[in-house]
Design a protein around this ligand. Structure first.
Ligand code: ADP
Ligand code: MG
Length: 711
């Protein structure tokens, strides 16, 4: 038996581990977080008060209390078994980064003590030279520093019994350029918050605190048995299968989505939830997704900065807990060709005080605020569709967007029939032409109740209104949510800014609601081309979208181009989220990352073809040769069916060798990437066909029908 077949036998023999009962999970929630309750317990009252203020207002930490805070954190962490701390940050690799330092310090008298100073807490100096900076700084002056973000609490992460104190931080160069994803997110939140407050003031609403941007990120993932995973170098090195024929049965029976969760998966999910709750992550929903072996975890929404950090922790926990259960968790956007890929639904809204700006509410005043916010989002998404697309670009997502089960690369907005009708009424103003023979008068009429149940949703839309929030569905499963939210926040801030300015400039005696109605009507006229309630998967939409002038940026290089365009640089510079150099460096980094990823995939395709697929086909041809010998002995003719079959396999073998050679030449010549991608696809096509012909015993790479179904 080959290793692949041995793995199968072993997995068939695996028993599902018993998980301890849930216990008092409510009490356990957040027990590994240095949150408000813990702080009040461990800090002197005046210090606690100051720290709380810092956390709530986003002001810089008062350096006079940093030593006290650090000491309390260390005491708390050591009581929970931590020996080390780390500044935890999000460099532009898209992953998280950490370097552990122990609390240990030596004294002059030779003794050792545990110490953690305010300075250690507030600032760290990782050697930044190996993180991508896109020309922002040369390696010679590679100093970068990390700075504590008090709006995201410190926590203890446990891995195999090792507890470490994690301090969420922002990462900058010494000259102040941002080198991470958190800093611009924090900036964009502040900008949107300020503009939302200004806008609400026009509605006579004034608030003490700022506006909050909220995010609920639904995370999709695949789980396969680790014993298959380690036999798939492509999964290990690129996150996706570069070869593999779709099984006869995959998702066409539609029996996996929301199906009963298998015990081994449930044990994993229970362990995962437990871990997430300890970290203060409000994991809420777990279920089977559409593709076989595909699942989802969704937390309750939180303020966007925290939610982004938490999503990074969720991805980390998924991988870690999977390993513990002898699974591998695949976060790639398209690990398996021919079945659904994985996305991350980015549920986004803004609230001020207790008002969710995207909640229609049930009185005319709230309705007016809602409709204004809605029109602002319509304007923002239409004006900056290209930037939204750029925020979710990546080699992995290229395989998913535009495939038949995922939103296309064209950004459009779904409002639902009823809301679309209301928007139409507003556009037409007093002209009584709408479906219901009535127009909405902003500030006077009450909106009808909007349905927000699942049946009314358009699953094909990349950007859908879902009752009291917008759901951006084009984000990729492996991506950080920071980028799409940076774009959304900034683009909506610009729209709020424009509307607020216009409202502030109204003459004193103007009819506020009549003027507002005119303003919204003109926004809708200008930007309604982004609204599309139909089927986003169809080819007709591609044509229609082109007619409307909506961008269709299919591949990563096209999709990130907008980062270099003057109008986009101007937007981010205006609101102080990115400067020009930061935008250009990001473009450079993302392009390079894309090219490197394709380079790795191409090299590995070649290697797998030569070391797995070609040898299997050759071995099979040899077996067939033996059979032909026997046939001859028995008096068979050269023209037998078996001889024809062997000739076909031989032709496949030659074609595999020929395409591999071509691929090798193209890689060596550094041929243009689209050409290399095309050759990889050609190679895969032959390999996947021959997988269905070669003896099962000789095939070495675990097959789709095994990885997706055997667990
Ligand atoms: P589904 O989209 O699967 O039907 P829900 O509508 O319940 O599920 O919510 C999906 C996600 O949206 C959850 O993570 C939820 O917490 C989040 N969500 C709900 N309300 C808001 C809001 N106001 N802001 C941001 N996210 C929200
Ligand atoms: Mg959803």
């Amino acid at each position: 038996m080959n290793a692949r077949r041995i793995a199968m036998a072993e997995i068939a023999d695996t028993n599902t581990p018993e998980i301890e009962e849930g216990g008092n999970f409510i009490e356990e929630f957040g027990c590994d977080v240095f949150g408000i309750n813990t702080m009040s317990e461990y800090l002197p009252k005046p210090v606690f008060k100051k720290l709380r203020e810092t956390m709530e207002t986003g002001k810089a930490l008062d350096s006079s209390i940093s030593d006290d805070v650090a000491h309390a954190m260390k005491t708390w962490a050591m009581e929970r078994g931590a020996t080390h701390y780390t500044h935890w940050f999000m460099p532009l690799t898209g992953a998280t980064a950490e370097k552990h330092d122990s609390f240990l310090e030596t004294c002059a008298n030779g003794n050792v003590i545990a110490r953690f100073s305010g300075k250690n807490l507030i600032m760290g100096e990782p050697d930044a030279s190996s993180f991508p900076s896109g020309g922002l700084r040369s390696t010679a002056e590679a100093r970068g520093y990390t700075a504590w973000d008090p709006s995201s609490p410190a926590f203890i992460k446990r891995a195999n019994g090792v507890a470490t104190l994690y301090i969420p931080t922002a990462f900058c160069s010494y000259t102040g350029e941002v080198l991470d994803k958190k800093t611009p997110l924090l900036r964009s939140m502040q900008v949107l918050s300020a503009q939302a407050k200004r806008l609400l003031k026009c509605f006579d609403k004034d608030f003490e605190g700022g506006a909050k941007v909220t995010l609920g990120a639904e995370q999709e993932y695949f789980l396969i048995d680790r014993r298959f995973y380690v036999q798939r170098p492509d999964l290990m090195q690129t996150g996706r299968t570069l070869f593999g024929a779709p099984p006869q049965r995959h998702q066409q029976l539609e029996d996996h989505y929301f199906g009963a969760i298998k015990p081994r998966i449930l044990a994993f999910m229970a362990d995962l939830d437990r871990e997430l709750w300890r970290l203060g992550i409000p994991a809420k929903t777990r279920h089977n997704e559409v593709a076989p072996a595909q699942f989802e975890v969704a937390p309750i929404f939180e303020e966007v900065n925290l939610a982004v950090d938490h999503n990074m922790l969720i991805m980390d926990a998924l991988k870690r807990i999977a390993e513990k259960h002898n699974f591998a968790c695949l976060l790639h956007e398209k690990p398996f060709a021919g079945v659904n890929g994985s996305g991350k639904h980015n549920n986004w809204s803004i609230s001020v005080g207790d008002i969710n700006l995207l909640n229609p509410g049930n009185d005319p005043h709230q309705n007016a605020i809602f409709l204004t916010s809605l029109c602002a989002v319509i304007q923002a998404v239409d004006k900056h569709a290209d930037l939204l697309r750029s925020a979710i670009a990546g080699a992995g997502n290229d395989h998913r967007l535009g495939a038949n089960e995922a939103p296309p690369a064209i950004i459009s907005m779904y409002l639902g029939e009823q809301l679309a009708d209301i928007v139409e009424q507003i556009e037409k103003g007093q002209a009584k032409t709408s479906k219901h023979g009535k127009t909405i008068k902003i500030g006077a009429d009450i909106l009808p109740e909007l349905p927000c149940d699942a049946t009314d949703r358009n699953r094909t839309s990349p950007f859908a209104f879902t009752g009291n929030k917008f759901e951006f569905r084009a984000a990729g499963s492996s991506q950080s949510c920071a980028s799409p939210n940076i774009v959304l926040n900034t683009a909506v801030a610009e729209a709020f800014d424009e509307i607020a300015t216009a409202l502030e400039n109204l003459p004193k005696n103007a009819d506020f609601h009549a003027e507002l109605q005119k303003m919204l009507s003109s926004i809708i006229k200008k930007h309604k081309k982004i609204i599309f309630n139909g089927n986003n998967y169809g080819d007709e939409w591609k044509k229609e979208a082109a007619k409307r002038g909506l961008p269709n940026l299919r591949t990563t290089p096209e999709a990130i181009k907008p980062l270099t365009e003057a109008k986009n640089i101007a937007l981010f510079e205006k609101y102080g989220v990115f400067n020009r150099a930061e935008m250009l460096s990001r473009h450079e980094i993302f392009l390079e990352e894309y090219e490197r990823k394709i380079g790795i995939e191409a090299g590995l395709s070649l290697k797998l073809a030569r070391t797995h697929i070609i040898p299997a086909v050759a071995a099979y041809l040899k077996e067939l040769g033996g059979a032909l010998e026997t046939e001859k002995m028995l008096g068979g003719t050269k023209k037998s069916k078996a001889a024809a079959y062997a000739a076909k396999i031989s032709a496949r073998l030659n074609s595999l060798i020929e395409i591999s050679d071509n691929l090798e030449t193209q890689i060596k010549k550094a041929e243009k990437l689209p050409k290399i991608i095309e050759t990889m696809a050609e190679l895969r096509k032959v390999a996947d066909e021959v997988e269905g012909e070669v003896s099962n015993e000789l095939w070495t790479l675990p097959k789709y029908c095994e990885m997706l179904f055997v667990y």
